[in-house]
Design a protein. Structure first.
Length: 244
């Protein structure tokens, strides 16, 4: 990681960075910190895509380093961060998510945000609420993507809070939500989700993954359908309620 960071320092005209460290088990918070400090050298950076999925030694501390770097990238239009767990599922918590969320609140040019925290078992409804409270300040967003699959402490209320707190963004065209295997989500709250989707009047794409949740039945699907009917600009809909 150190050699990569040193090399990037010399590329002062970078507009986009995409780095995939999937399953690199030796990457630590210190390595993430060194890399993040390099990002501060690129004030014109408009796209950042980082994957630390399965990097078992990356914790809230590493996520804080990324957050500190993002604060200074005022030209950012697209952020994708994958911190999903394969090992050590408890090292990423609400604190890490809160730091990340606060770091983007002043990025007024941000158009797309894509966050993956799958299997981060210590993330709760509180972490989701902190995220939504920040996102609602970003009125230029065109697309929101959130993956909290198998975050077992997230309940129906957490999902509702996330959608409910978001205002009806004028430019929002796509919502992608993955709460697969969040077993506390149920039919009762799908009607509230449906009601809140109605406010996104410019939506063209909805991807909703609520698979591997035994408590969702045909009643929940009926409730959800009621909210989709009024979205006149909707072009693509992808709903996953698979039980396998």
């Amino acid at each position: 990681m150190k050699f990569l960071s040193e090399g990037l320092k010399k590329l002062t005209s970078l507009k986009a960075i995409s780095l995939n460290f999937l399953g690199c088990l030796e990457i630590t918070d210190e390595g993430v910190k060194n890399l993040s400090q390099v990002f501060k050298r690129f004030p014109s950076l408009n796209t950042i895509n980082l994957c630390f999925c399965g990097c078992k030694e990356v914790t809230d501390k590493g996520l804080k380093s990324i957050s500190e770097a993002l604060k200074r990238l005022n030209s950012l239009k697209k952020i994708r961060l994958d911190i999903s767990r394969v090992h050590n599922k408890r090292k990423i918590t609400d604190e890490g998510l809160r730091n990340l969320s606060r770091s983007v609140k002043n990025l007024t040019s941000l158009q797309k945000i894509d966050l993956h925290f799958a299997s981060c078992e210590k993330i709760t409804n509180e972490g989701l609420k902190n995220t939504s409270e920040v996102l609602k300040q970003l009125h230029s967003l065109h697309a929101i993507s959130m993956n909290f699959s198998a975050c077992k402490k997230i309940t129906s209320q957490g999902l509702i809070n996330l959608v409910q707190d978001l205002p009806g963004f004028k430019f929002l065209q796509a919502i992608n939500l993955n709460f697969s295997a969040c077993s506390d989500i149920n039919d009762r709250e799908l009607s509230k989700l449906s009601e809140n989707l109605k406010k996104f009047t410019s939506l063209q794409t909805i991807n909703l993954n609520l698979s591997l949740i035994s408590t969702i039945t045909a009643r929940g699907l009926k409730n959800l359908n009621a909210g989709l009917v009024g979205l006149s600009y909707l072009q693509i809909i992808n709903l996953n309620f698979s039980k396998y």
